[in-house]
Every structure is written in C-alpha cells, then in structure tokens.
Write a protein that binds this ligand. Structure first.
Ligand SMILES: NC(=O)c1ccc[n+]([C@@H]2O[C@H](COP(=O)([O-])OP(=O)(O)OC[C@H]3O[C@@H](n4cnc5c(N)ncnc54)[C@H](O)[C@@H]3O)[C@@H](O)[C@H]2O)c1
Length: 270
C-alpha cells in the first residue's frame, strides 16, 4: 500500500536512537524528508547519515526540546532546510540519565520535586512547545499529523513510574483536546502507547537487546506479563512501532483522530 507520503516533512523528537531512530528511518523510506531531533548532535547526525546513505533527505535538528527557544529555532531551521513541517512525532520521553542508569526506578516517596519537574518538562512541556511551533503552519496549510508516543504506564499506571505515568497520561488528554480544537483544520492527532521496547540504545538491563530470560531475571518476569511474548518470547522492537507511526502520519488514516493505540503485544486491552 502506498502511503502517499512522498515530499512530506517530519520533525521527530529524540530521533537519535531507539524507537525514534526507527521512526525516522521508516518515514524516510516512505519518501518523507526527516528532521532528526536529538539533544546529542552526534546521534542526530548519525541517523541523518543513515538516511542520506540510502538516498533520503534528512536534517539534524539538534535541540534540547525542554527549552522552548531551542524548539522554535530547530523548527525554523527545519523549515529552511527541508520545508514546512507536515508531521510531528513527539517521541523523546526518557531522561538521558535514566536511560544510562537503567535498572528499577525509585518509588515516588524516594523522589523529589526536581526530578518530577524534569520528567514533566520532557514529556509534557516539550510536547507542548513542539505543537505550538508547528500547529500554526499546519493550520494555514490545512494539513497536519501529530503522533505522540506515550506508554501503557500512562493508561494503567505503573509502580515506580508514578510521575512518568502521570506525564504520559497528560500526553493523551492533551492530544485529544488538540484533536478537537484542530479537527476542522484537517489536523489529526493520535497517540501510541508502548509496552517494553528493546533497542540498540539500551546497553544494560532487562530491555537491552542482549538480555535473555536466562541471563536476566527481570526480563523473565516482564516476558510473563506480555501476552505476545508467551508465543514469540520477546519484547517489542522499534520496527513494531514505526509502521503505525507511518500510517498515522499518512492520509490513509485521515479519519482517525484523538485515539490511543496500544502497541504492547496485548499487554493492555481497551
Ligand atoms: N523503551 C521502552 O521500553 C519504552 C516503553 C514505553 C514507552 N516508551 C516511550 O517511547 C519513547 C522512545 O523511547 P526510547 O526507549 O526509544 O527512548 P531513548 O531514551 O532510548 O531515546 C530517545 C532519544 O531522546 C533523546 N533525548 C532525551 N532528552 C532529550 C531532550 N531534552 N531533547 C531532545 N532529545 C532528547 C535521547 O538523547 C535519545 O537519543 C519515549 O517517549 C518513551 O517514554 C519507551
């Protein structure tokens, strides 16, 4: 099926590794010119090189998206390099230090307001800054697609991830409200809720691609919690998610808006 995405321009936050990287590569394979955002320049440039190596168009939109001025500058630079943004994927959502540390997160009572604020800044305010930067142009052109990457933790709540769960739930409420405010402008806003995803950016712990139930007890427990893994014996991979992002970014999904779609192997059913 041709998604008719050729010539569109996407801005993908946290595109330098993991789920975001795969989304960038798959959108580019559909003919989309991709602004690969990341806080780390070398990560963004690495993905740009991967896209260009196979003939695609891409731009390293380096910015800390928790800073509104940096988001505005990155979106303006994207417009200059690739054209106006048609597709926004709000993907970045894990604090860099959390990703590097790995392991079990602390309980809410063992955390402090400074840490809560950073999680909310990355998942809620950054998403709002990005939407604010691209929505006026989408509205003017009467075409736009926004896809938020949330977590099943935001739909069910997860112990040790209280603030993250709350911030992810906020992404959903916000997406539904924006879908209502801008439906008449032909802008679709949807949310994808992920379960546990294993990818190349995770070096340690249960989610690292090298983990097996034999060498990681926590992975064994997680696999038992995921219905799909009882058959396939695996967690999600980035390519399980990127296809749905491409679909939602296309007019093949023109009549889908304000929805949350779980890509978690049946972990949550609603
Ligand atoms: N991996 C999982 O198991 C899992 C599960 C549920 C939901 N999710 C969600 O999926 C999304 C992607 O997850 P992932 O595991 O691929 O993420 P990741 O953290 O491995 O990679 C995302 C990228 O975001 C970048 N980033 C972090 N802070 C940034 C900032 N302030 N500005 C710009 N870039 C920044 C990082 O440098 C990194 O390259 C996140 O929203 C996450 O919450 C992931």
């Amino acid at each position: 099926m041709d998604l008719n995405l050729k010539g569109r321009v996407a801005f993908v936050t946290g595109g330098g590794q993991g789920v975001g990287r795969r989304i960038c590569l798959d959108l580019a394979a559909e003919g989309v010119a991709v602004a690969v955002n990341d806080i780390f320049e070398e990560r963004a440039r690495g993905v740009v090189r991967e896209i260009e190596a196979v003939g695609g168009r891409a731009f390293a939109a380096v910015a800390d998206i928790t800073k509104q001025a940096e988001v505005d500058a990155a979106v303006a630079a994207t417009q200059e390099a690739l054209g106006p943004v048609d597709i926004l994927v709000n993907n970045a959502g894990v604090l860099v230090e959390r990703r590097e540390k790995g392991g079990a997160a602390p309980l809410f009572l063992d955390t402090s307001a400074d840490g809560w604020k950073r999680i909310v800044d990355l998942n809620v305010f950054a998403m709002m800054y990005c939407c604010k930067a691209v929505l006026p142009g989408m509205k003017e052109r009467r075409h736009g697609k926004i896809v938020n990457i949330m977590s099943e933790a935001g739909r069910t709540g997860e112990a040790r991830l209280a603030v993250y769960s709350g911030a992810k739930a906020a992404m959903l409420g916000f997406a539904k409200a924006i879908a209502r405010e801008h439906g008449g402008d032909c802008i679709n806003v949807n949310v994808i809720a992920l379960g546990a995803v294993s990818h190349e950016g995770i070096r340690e712990g249960a989610l690292s691609p090298g983990a097996t139930p034999e060498n990681n007890e926590r992975l064994g427990k997680m696999l038992n919690a995921y219905p799909i893994s009882r058959g396939l014996r695996r967690l999600a991979r980035p390519e399980d998610i990127s296809g749905m992002v491409c679909l939602l970014a296309s007019d093949r999904a023109a009549y889908i808006t304000g929805q949350s779609i779980g890509i978690s192997g049946g972990f949550v059913m609603q």
